[in-house]
Design a protein around this ligand. Sequence first.
Ligand SMILES: *[C@@H]1O[C@H](CO)[C@@H](O)[C@H](O)[C@H]1NC(C)=O
Ligand SMILES: *[C@@H]1O[C@H](CO)[C@@H](O)[C@H](O)[C@H]1NC(C)=O
Length: 502
Amino acid sequence: MVLHVLAFIVLLFSHCVNAQAPEEPTLLQNLTIDFTPPNELANLLFPTDVILAETPIAIRTVLVFTIQGYEVIAACDSKALGFLGKRNAIPPHLCAPLPAAKISAFLLNRLYRSQFPLEGRNLEAFLIRQGLDPTSDSTDPTTEIGIANAMAMDLVAYLETDGWNSLGDLSRDHFRQQYSDYTGFKPQNHAELDVSRLRRPLRWQPLKQEADRRGRFTSQVHVAPHIGRAKPLVLSREEFLSRKSESPYASADRKKTIGAKDKRTMRRLLREVLKLNRDLTKEQIAQAHWWDNKFLSLGSFIAFYQGVYGFSLVDFIVIALGEVMAQHDSVMLAWKEKLRHDLVRPPTMLRRLFEGKKIRAFKSLDEGVGLVRAEEWEPIVPIQPHSEYPSASALICQATMDHLHAALTNFIKVNGTIAAYETDIFPFGRSPLTENVKVKYETLQAAALNCGKSRLYAGVHFSPSVDAGFELGKGIGAVAQKHAQDLWEGRIPDNCERCSDA
Ligand SMILES: *[C@@H]1O[C@H](CO)[C@@H](O)[C@H](O)[C@H]1NC(C)=O
Ligand SMILES: *[C@@H]1O[C@H](CO)[C@@H](O)[C@H](O)[C@H]1NC(C)=O
């Protein structure tokens, strides 16, 4: 009897599940990227490897993805110009949701196959599983694939020659390595060199780091040292080159020793970093990890404000284009200056100046603050593989928040004060936290400030770097916002280098 009842319940339950089971997703749903929770397309385009990519490459991924979204909405609008400042037009009946989604998917496939071939291959296989043929070379303007192929041609040609070395063809003919250096950059100090014997002590020394926490270690190689030579998107070349920051040290190039004044500066800066690091709160630890990943942190702001102000998907894409262009020029600028100054990171200097001594430092959440040997100290987030000055995070966050402020004010026309930003930071990656941490920024400027400062209390930067980053970033956001709005409203933006050869 009991068994019968059980069987009945199971039957009833499975019946209910069947009745409530969602319909098989439509092709349109499959082709629409969704991050809440991530659908198959989201996982294909942004797998963990991509989410954890170094900041310049993360920005470039978002750029490529956003160009695709923008290009299709611009070509479905009656006056908007495309990313290259050219007017494309898709016939209105192909701007309906499903054909437009197909054009987007085909275009994205072309761009990814060129720029990110690993993900591109997976995307292509996915589209074939959806019953589509993304491999056709047709440029027939009456079909989705034809339109996408025609639109992709100029975009791919641009992305393959913009100086990022996305194909690796600028450094090798064979066995090409994407985004590899073609400028011959070599660090002044070898990673294996003892800190007391550095060739130029104030210059960057690649750090030795745990690679897999299973016994494999690596020495850093400066990521994409060449991108300061690439083509800016919204800044004129003169403006880009003239934005510079002064070196914080007088003897940065000196061989073997550090000048007396710089030694004093260094001791002061190290004490400042260690003091902030000792006073760390859980909120700061959460934020340091969160800001370290620009996808998770910066990537969430537009969606948050879309929730607050209810703007359209089209407006979202125009703002996203402006934002990623601001980030693109910011990261290039940070890299141009990083390579020009090529300065040392805090752990190297700490080891050199406090060799053999114990310092009071933050050890871990469980152990709190205590004495550690200077040689053993590590920042709370792993230091990224590039030189120290200026802070790219401060620069990128400043430009991003300025951009968003300009977009909400000039484009969305928000009335009155912009709402405070709030989020729950969940534990992820190497964050030691086990619960969500709520953060709130009253203003976008406060968010930018927190982003920059988090690099300081995390222990990966010195304070002059953060200040220089904020300073270098000022004004880029407003230029990028105007640039994107100009394109969208059918005007060739000022200083659009890539627009002139259209
Ligand atoms: C959508 O994707 C799912 C999973 O890949 C697949 O089973 C389904 O057939 C797709 N829907 C259409 C209409 O192609
Ligand atoms: C600002 O106020 C005007 C007039 O009340 C309204 O039409 C507009 O939608 C408001 N803007 C936003 C972003 O809420």
